[in-house]
Design a protein around this ligand. Structure first.
Ligand code: GDP
Ligand code: MN
Length: 378
């Protein structure tokens, strides 16, 4: 789950990281009021789940409350990378002597948290990685020991030759690692971490992603979910207990099990098609789930064919078949449906489908090829 900058800053603040204060506004008037309360020059910042807001015109300095209100009226409603800005953060403007990058991601290859730091902050880290890779220092943290003091200092001194700053930065590294682990992050980033003319470090931007699977044990963080910032289909799927990711293709996929779902998507690609989604209906035998799944898939106007690929184990094929028949009664399903079922109660399922006028396949290759063909000719 991605969260907004102002929410990420709250997590950072709780971990002790120096973060400037700030408040969120949804209207220009509110932004003006906050700016008036804060006094002095402020920054008005678009709150969307995307980086590069500065370049897109979503981060503006304002010398007065009136100017802050003016900027907010332009930024609210603006589109950044396809996302509409619904909120702005108003925060005191900081004087910047230098900008650095500090980030942690989960590195799948080494199965650990990986620090990446660079004295070239403020800009995209991918850009630094491609144009000047030597300006990035990486450090893997052994989860058994956590970030050790000498490692934190090593990272800090890579950013700042000055010992006092390096020590301050080392502390920020420890605090960020703490925020990262406590909140089950998959990514936590400060870009930029600034040095003020007085020699203080401050995190003036914050970007965090939380592992969805950990949200059940983080009730406060779970409330950070911004439903307006996520595709509606994903919200519906979560409520129905389905694992769903919307994609851009035209073959709607309804599969049980994440592994089979991915294999199915690979095969769709192999036969020249493009999946419209990843969807795992899970291991349960609940026809209602199939109805919800079909509803979500058919709501997507891009979908030109629907592909079922079910391997019956705990999932019973006859339950899935009943779900499909039930769904066609309850909702108007426009695209053609092709079905492959095999495993537990396969015979019963084929009987149910035959009676309802569907033909089913047992070969995965055949059914995928057929789905791709139907989608292409629609
Ligand atoms: P991003 O573009 O989405 O990463 O948004 P940031 O919060 O990182 O802001 C982009 C850039 O705006 C920063 O790298 C800074 O150069 C500038 N900026 C942001 N906040 C301030 C501030 O308080 N004072 C000054 N002078 N510049 C700021
Ligand atoms: Mn930034």
């Amino acid at each position: 789950m991605d969260i907004h900058e102002y929410q990420a800053k709250e997590l950072f603040r709780n971990a002790g990281i120096p973060v400037p204060p700030g408040e969120v506004a949804t209207t220009p008037e509110e932004a003006g009021e906050i700016a008036g309360r804060l006094g002095g020059t402020v920054v008005v910042k678009a709150q969307v789940h995307a980086g590069g807001r500065g370049k897109a015109g979503g981060v503006k300095l304002a010398a007065s409350a009136a100017e802050a209100q003016e900027h907010a009226s332009r930024i609210l409603g603006m589109e950044i990378k396809g996302l509409t800005v619904e909120k702005v953060l108003v925060t005191p403007a900081e004087d910047i002597a230098s900008e650095a990058y500090v980030g942690i991601v989960i590195d799948r290859a080494t199965q650990a948290a990986l620090f990446m730091v660079s004295p070239e902050g403020g800009i995209d880290i991918e850009e630094v990685a491609s144009t000047n890779p030597d300006a990035i220092r990486k450090l893997r943290v052994d989860p058994r020991y956590g970030l050790l003091p000498h490692q934190a200092y090593l990272l800090g001194s890579f950013l700042y030759p000055d010992v006092k700053l390096a020590r301050q930065a080392a502390k920020v590294m420890e605090q960020l690692y703490d925020a990262f682990t406590t909140n089950h992050c998959s990514m936590a980033e400060i870009n930029p971490l600034i040095v003020t003319p007085e020699g203080e470090l401050k995190a003036i931007d914050a970007k965090v992603s939380i592992d969805d699977s950990a949200l059940f044990q983080l009730p406060e963080v779970a409330t950070f979910r911004d439903l307006e910032a996520e595709p509606e289909s994903e919200t519906q799927a979560r409520e129905a207990g389905l694992s769903f990711v919307k994609l851009d293709g035209n073959v709607g996929c309804c599969v049980n099990g994440a592994g089979l779902a991915m294999a199915t998507m690979d095969l769709v690609k192999y036969y020249g098609g493009d999946p419209a989604n990843f969807l795992d209906i899970g291991g349960s035998s609940n026809p209602d789930k199939v109805v919800s799944a079909l509803k979500i898939i058919t709501d997507d106007p891009n979908v030109k064919a629907i592909l079922f690929n079910i391997f019956g184990g705990i999932t019973r094929c006859d339950d899935v078949a009943n779900g499909i028949v039930e769904a066609t009664k309850r909702i108007d399903i426009r695209p053609p449906i092709v079905i492959r079922l095999t495993g537990t109660n396969e015979e019963e399922a084929l009987e149910i489908l035959k009676e309802a006028g569907f033909s089913a396949y047992t070969s995965m290759d055949e059914v995928v090829e057929k789905a791709v063909e139907l989608a292409a000719s629609a």
